[in-house]
Every structure is written in structure tokens, then in C-alpha cells.
Design a protein around this ligand. Structure first.
Ligand SMILES: *[C@@H]1O[C@H](CO)[C@@H](O)[C@H](O)[C@H]1NC(C)=O
Ligand SMILES: *[C@@H]1O[C@H](CO)[C@@H](O)[C@H](O)[C@H]1NC(C)=O
Ligand SMILES: *[C@@H]1O[C@H](CO)[C@@H](O)[C@H](O)[C@H]1NC(C)=O
Ligand SMILES: *[C@@H]1O[C@H](CO)[C@@H](O)[C@H](O)[C@H]1NC(C)=O
Ligand SMILES: *[C@@H]1O[C@H](CO)[C@@H](O)[C@H](O)[C@H]1NC(C)=O
Ligand SMILES: *[C@@H]1O[C@H](CO)[C@@H](O)[C@H](O)[C@H]1NC(C)=O
Ligand SMILES: *[C@@H]1O[C@H](CO)[C@@H](O)[C@H](O)[C@H]1NC(C)=O
Ligand SMILES: *[C@@H]1O[C@H](CO)[C@@H](O)[C@H](O)[C@H]1NC(C)=O
Ligand SMILES: [Ca+2]
Length: 472
């Protein structure tokens, strides 16, 4: 094509020069015939006749033209080089697109995007080249058609073929994302699976609800110290409630009431009021609980435990070896609670301390049938540092006062592993001093005697399967 173009340009330049010369020479020629019949032709060429200036012009013009032609040739050469390069690239691209089409599933999204990008680039370059050659170059025209074809093909591969792996993969990714979002949403909005009361299918205490104020104790606001609760044997015994305000000495328990239902308690109705007549049968402090229709408490002025049958009022005692009493190591703010009874899913417990352990909390598991200690654990928590304690699933939880309105579960001891740990579960209280605090495995509630008011809380446990890390 270049070989064809150059002679064409040169020929055009030469023919223009010839035309000019011919016109100039033909102008001033006159001829005459003599007697011999010889034709005389006199060409008068005045000095100014010969168009030397025009020749000069033509020479320059010619020169200008050849420069122009050379420039054209150079340009075409450079185009030719470019076209060769593009041709190579295009061949590569064509091969790759064919692989994509036939090879099917092995290419990746990235390959595809890269290919698309390259095709787009080449397309842009060829369009530019084509414009500069103004449709005169066959090769470029062919290139253009080819790149258009490839470009269309590549876009079709994406948009038309619904079975295309890429499209499907992208849809799957989007779907997964939406599923995940949905899952997250469901997880956050779905309440944890219901816990079965009386069992330990959970990962431990994680929170405590707001308080429910049930009542003022039946003796009135002046009776600031005391205990209350519901039968806390698994199964609930007879389902009775008890309320036991301490006597005005703020040490001894001399009377208590039993309510057969929550309604009766709230309405002060149909209670059984029991006064304890003998000094030695009095209770001491507020570590009292109702367990399987027996009232358990620290017998007055002793290290004994009392077990009072609510049907017969028969009283049984046992001695808690080494236990301190008479306000030696009670809880913070609540006096004479050296011995604190507790119940959970595993049974009956007693929380106390000894001189041997320097006032640290000692936990004993009781066999309620034989009324004996079956096993004992010692903790490193100084009992007077806690405001109270309770057991859940064999784990002791101790509380302390953060301020006059807030308590906090701050310590735990797991009797199954012997591990202890600190935690912080704050919860509000109505009045300043927590006089007693007990857990009931049948309703997962805490029962608190709060300066004369009967208050309860719901405990919130970690749902099963999600580990708590506080002991790790
Ligand atoms: C011939 O030459 C003379 C003198 O240069 C000029 O005047 C005249 O016009 C010319 N004739 C023609 C036909 O060009
Ligand atoms: C030749 O090229 C020069 C420079 O480009 C220009 O000045 C001149 O007019 C041109 N001459 C002709 C006859 O085209
Ligand atoms: C064509 O592709 C091969 C292999 O990918 C590569 O080595 C070669 O340089 C490419 N040619 C051009 C002109 O891009
Ligand atoms: C391209 O060619 C068209 C006619 O085919 C012409 O009108 C136009 O001026 C040309 N453009 C250039 C830049 O040579
Ligand atoms: C471009 O595509 C058209 C129509 O799809 C086809 O006829 C033509 O042969 C293709 N040209 C090249 C160079 O692939
Ligand atoms: C959502 O809960 C399910 C089952 O409780 C669990 O398998 C999944 O990992 C949770 N997803 C997130 C994002 O927490
Ligand atoms: C604990 O329970 C209280 C009362 O329902 C609530 O306001 C608080 O956000 C809970 N805290 C956590 C960590 O779940
Ligand atoms: C509790 O004591 C009773 C009576 O001595 C006995 O039969 C029972 O096995 C004991 N229970 C446990 C768990 O030790
Ligand atoms: Ca307690």
C-alpha cells in the first residue's frame, strides 16, 4: 500500500510541473513559410520571456512536495509499525477470547476484567488511527472491524449468557452477602432459645434485669432486715413463699409467714404466721431459705444449722464445723449473716467462713436428707468484702455495692472446676442495703430483701453454645 501511494504522489507533482512549462513555451511562437517552402519559426524569447522565476518556483514547489511526501511516508511507516503491534495484540486477544468461549469454566473474573480492559484500550487506539488515516487504510479498517467484533463478543459473554459462570458467581456472592446480613439481623433480633428452668443448659450469668418491687414486708418499713423467697428446691416443693423480717434487735428471727401463692403474698392473704417460742430455735441473721417445704437458717447464737419442717414444725439441727458466727465475718452492710444458706439446680448449699481461712468464703454442699456436709470448697474472697452471695449451677456469685443505687456481681467461684474469676454485672437496687439475696432455680430469679422491701430480679444466662470468657 505504501509502495502504491508514493509513486502516486510523485506522479502528481511531475505532471503539474509539465503543464506549467508547456503553457509558458507555447505562448510567443510565430511561424512563416519562405519561397523554398521551408517553414521558419522564429521564437522570440525576450530576456523576460523565459520563466526562470517560474521554474525556480516549480523547483521549490517540487522540493516542497517531496518533503511533504517524505513526511507522509514517515507517518505511514509509523502507522505501519503501530498496526503491526496492534495486529499482534489483537491476535493474542482473539486467541484468549476463543479460549474463554470454548475452554469455559477455567477463567477467573480477574482475567476477564483484564481482557475487557485491554480490548477497550485497543479499540480506542484503532479508532484514533482510523480517524487519522481518514478511511484510506485497508489494514486499519480490517483491524477496526475485528476489534469491534471482539468487543461486542466480550460484552455479550457477560450480558447475554445467563449461564455464564461469572454472572452466576457474582449473583452467588451477592446472595451470600444478603444471607449473611439477614442472618445477622435474625441473630440480633431473635431472643435466645428458652432456657429450661431447673437445668444448667447455659453458659453462666451474663446480666440481671431491672428490679421488680413486690411488696413491703408485712411488719412494715421499720423492719429493714429480713429475708424472703419461694421454695427453691428443684420442682418447687409446695410452691410456698416465705417472708421473715428480723426482730427489732436486728439479729434474731423470731417469726415468719408462709404464703401458699404469690397472689396471697401480694394481698397479705391467707398466710400462716409462725412465731418461734424458744430462744434456741430462733434464727440468727438473714441467710434464711425455704427448701422443699423446710425452712433452713442459722440457729440463734451458734454455728448450727436449723431445718424446720413447715408441716410439722419439727426442728432438726446440725453443726457446721469451724463456721464462725455472731457477726464475726458477716457480709458488708448486713450484720449477723455469718451463715448464708443457698439453693440451686444442684441442691442445698451453705456459704460461710472460718477462722482457719481468715474470713474467706467457704462453701459447703449439704445433703438435705441426711442433713450433713458432703463437700467443702474454700475461695480467696474475703467474706466481709461481699454484700451477699448466691449459688447458680454450682457456681458461687458474690455481689458488692457500687453505690447507694447500684449493686454488682463481681466475683464467681465454680465448685466444679475450682476456678474463680472476676466479672462485672451491675444492677440497680431500690434501697441502699441488700439484707438478703437468694437464687431460685425454678424461675431463675433472685430474691432480695432490700431494707424492708421485697424485690426480685430475672437472671439472664449466656445461651448454650456461646462460651463465656470470664474464667479464661
Ligand atoms: C509575445 O511576446 C510579446 C513580447 O514579450 C508580448 O507582448 C506578446 O503579448 C506575446 N504574445 C503572445 C501571444 O503571448
Ligand atoms: C515551500 O515551503 C515553504 C516552507 O513551508 C513555503 O514558505 C513556500 O511558500 C512553499 N512554496 C511553494 C511553492 O509551495
Ligand atoms: C501474546 O501473548 C503471549 C503469551 O501471553 C506473549 O508472550 C506475547 O508477548 C504476546 N504478544 C503480544 C504482541 O502482545
Ligand atoms: C477525509 O475524507 C473526506 C472525504 O472522504 C474529506 O471530506 C475530509 O476532508 C478528509 N479529512 C481529512 C482530515 O483529510
Ligand atoms: C465480525 O462479525 C460479523 C458479524 O458478526 C462477521 O460477519 C464478520 O466475519 C466478523 N469479522 C471478523 C473479522 O471477525
Ligand atoms: C447466628 O446464629 C447461628 C446459630 O445460632 C450461628 O451458627 C451463626 O454463626 C450466627 N451468625 C452470626 C453472624 O453471628
Ligand atoms: C442488662 O440488663 C439491663 C436491664 O434489662 C439492660 O439495660 C442492659 O443493657 C443489659 N446489659 C447487657 C450488657 O446486656
Ligand atoms: C444423701 O443422704 C441420703 C441419706 O443418708 C442418702 O441416701 C443419699 O444417697 C445422699 N445423697 C447424696 C447425693 O449423697
Ligand atoms: Ca445469699
Amino acid at each position: 500500500m505504501i509502495a502504491f501511494l508514493i509513486p502516486m504522489l510523485l506522479a502528481s507533482a511531475q505532471s503539474q510541473i509539465t503543464d506549467i512549462l508547456t503553457a509558458e513555451l507555447a505562448r510567443n511562437v510565430t511561424g512563416s513559410l519562405d519561397k523554398d517552402g521551408v517553414c521558419h519559426c522564429t521564437v522570440i524569447l525576450p530576456d523576460s520571456t523565459f520563466p526562470a522565476d517560474r521554474l525556480e518556483y516549480l523547483e521549490i514547489y517540487n522540493y516542497n512536495l517531496s518533503i511533504s511526501v517524505e513526511q507522509q511516508i514517515t507517518t505511514i511507516h509509523s502507522y505501519e509499525l503501530l498496526v503491526t503491534v496492534y495486529l499482534g495484540k489483537l491476535k493474542n486477544l482473539t486467541a484468549r477470547v476463543e479460549t474463554l468461549e470454548t475452554g469455559g469454566l477455567t477463567y477467573t473474573e480477574l482475567d476477564f476484567q483484564l481482557l475487557k480492559l485491554e480490548i477497550t484500550e485497543i479499540e480506542a487506539l484503532i479508532v484514533q488511527l482510523r480517524a487519522s488515516l481518514n478511511g484510506t487504510n485497508v489494514i486499519v479498517e480490517a483491524l477496526y472491524v475485528e476489534i469491534r467484533n471482539i468487543s461486542i463478543l466480550v460484552h455479550q459473554m457477560e450480558s447475554y449468557d445467563k449461564n455464564n459462570v461469572l454472572v452466576i458467581r457474582r449473583e452467588i456472592v451477592a446472595l451470600q452477602k444478603r444471607l449473611e446480613e439477614c442472618q445477622n439481623h435474625v441473630n440480633s433480633s431473635r431472643p435466645p432459645p428458652p432456657l429450661v428452668y431447673g437445668t444448667c443448659e447455659h453458659g453462666g450469668l451474663v446480666n440481671i434485669s431491672k428490679p421488680f418491687v413486690v411488696h413491703l414486708n408485712y411488719d412494715g418499713a421499720g423492719y429493714t432486715k429480713g429475708a424472703w423467697g419461694k421454695d427453691s428446691a428443684v420442682g418447687g416443693g409446695k410452691g410456698y413463699y416465705f417472708v421473715a423480717p428480723l426482730y427489732t434487735d436486728l439479729v434474731s428471727m423470731r417469726a415468719f409467714r408462709i404464703y401458699s401463692s404469690y397472689n396471697n403474698l401480694v394481698l397479705y392473704k391467707q398466710h400462716a404466721h409462725r412465731s418461734i417460742s424458744s430462744n434456741s430455735d430462733y434464727g440468727q441473721g438473714t441467710g434464711v431459705i425455704l427448701y422443699d417445704n423446710f425452712l433452713y437458717y442459722n440457729c440463734f447464737n451458734s454455728r448450727n444449722l436449723c431445718k424446720l419442717n413447715l408441716d410439722t414444725y419439727a426442728l432438726t439441727r446440725m453443726t457446721l464445723t469451724d463456721a464462725v458466727y455472731n457477726n464475726r465475718f458477716s457480709y458488708a452492710h448486713s450484720t449477723y449473716q455469718d451463715i448464708d444458706l443457698a439453693a440451686d439446680e444442684d441442691g442445698l448449699w451453705v456459704i460461710y467462713s472460718t477462722e482457719q481461712k481468715y474470713g474467706n468464703i467457704v462453701i459447703s454442699k449439704l445433703n438435705e436428707t441426711s442433713f450433713t456436709v458432703t463437700q467443702t470448697w474454700t475461695t480467696s474472697l474475703y467474706k466481709p468484702a461481699a454484700s451477699n452471695a448466691f449459688m447458680v449451677c454450682g457456681v458461687l456469685y458474690a455481689t458488692r455495692a457500687l453505690n447507694t443505687q447500684t449493686e454488682e456481681v463481681f466475683y464467681m467461684y465454680d465448685t466444679k472446676t475450682g476456678k474463680e474469676g472476676y466479672l462485672n454485672i451491675p444492677y440497680p437496687k431500690m434501697k441502699e442495703v441488700v439484707q438478703s439475696l437468694s437464687y431460685n432455680p425454678n424461675d431463675h430469679k433472685l430474691y432480695m430483701y432490700n431494707d424492708g422491701f421485697l424485690v426480685s430480679y430475672d437472671l439472664i444466662f449466656q445461651p448454650v453454645g456461646i462460651e463465656k470468657s470470664s474464667l479464661e
